[in-house]
Ligand binder design. Sequence first.
Ligand code: ATP
Ligand code: MG
Length: 265
Amino acid sequence: MSDAGIRITDVGVKFPSARGTVTAVENVNQHIPASSFVSIVGPSGCGKSTLLSVIAGLQKPTSGEVNVHGRTVTGPDKNIGFVFQEDSTLPWRDVEENVRFAMQMGGVSKQDQRRRAQDAIDLVGLTGFEHAYPATLSGGMRQRVALARTLAMEPNVVLMDEPFAALDQQTRIFLGAEVRQIWSRTHQTVVFVTHDIGEAILLSQQVWVMSYRPGTIIDVIDVDLPEERDASIVSTHEFNELNNRIWTSLQAESMRGFEQQEKSA
Ligand SMILES: Nc1ncnc2c1ncn2[C@@H]1O[C@H](COP(=O)(O)OP(=O)(O)OP(=O)(O)O)[C@@H](O)[C@H]1O
Ligand SMILES: [Mg+2]
């Protein structure tokens, strides 16, 4: 068994609730090789964010464990970066200060903070906006700031929880392509949660389909497409085959989730 990458062993998460215990995640066993890009798709409420939080050390699993590069995750770790769905920029800090924020907390020297912040700002395409405040930026640019803040920490693992969900389709496609380009340069291990099957296929080497509660991985699809991908790939036969396969798995689960929600309403 390889120690490199992320190893998820028997992970389960239960939450107490007014109606009894909710099993959010159950029996997840997966290995993500170092430097690979994996996406997770699944119906709303199936436990995707919960699983990502466990990998990040932000949520303790009820059972099982996660190992990152051979070390058990016991809490937040500066080698594991997280990009949240919601806008997490600090409105009173400009772009550069936002990007430096996590490094300031992490004890990086001032000189390194400046250099790493500038590199990350350049990497996400925000050069020239270093002293702009979040209120003067678009939603897409604010998500770039959040991405730069994570990248500046130089983590081995980058976890992204629907980072572009609030953005329009065009911006989403554009930022998705940039994330992939950044990944092809840095080769960090990336786990990306999305609702969008097309986005998952375009970005990833592997897509996991998660079942409705309790969330477990019911399908693992290798994306056997060329490394160099642009938007034209969506019209290829291979892309459509993958799309259909994932859609079929997901549709059954989404229906099941919908029916369960109706019953408990
Ligand atoms: N801190 C918590 N306390 C109690 N229940 C929780 C907590 N966090 C999540 N849950 C429950 O666990 C289940 C999975 O939630 P989670 O947020 O992981 O789903 P998700 O797949 O990310 O959904 P979405 O696609 O809507 O973001 C839900 O039923 C949710 O209500
Ligand atoms: Mg979520």
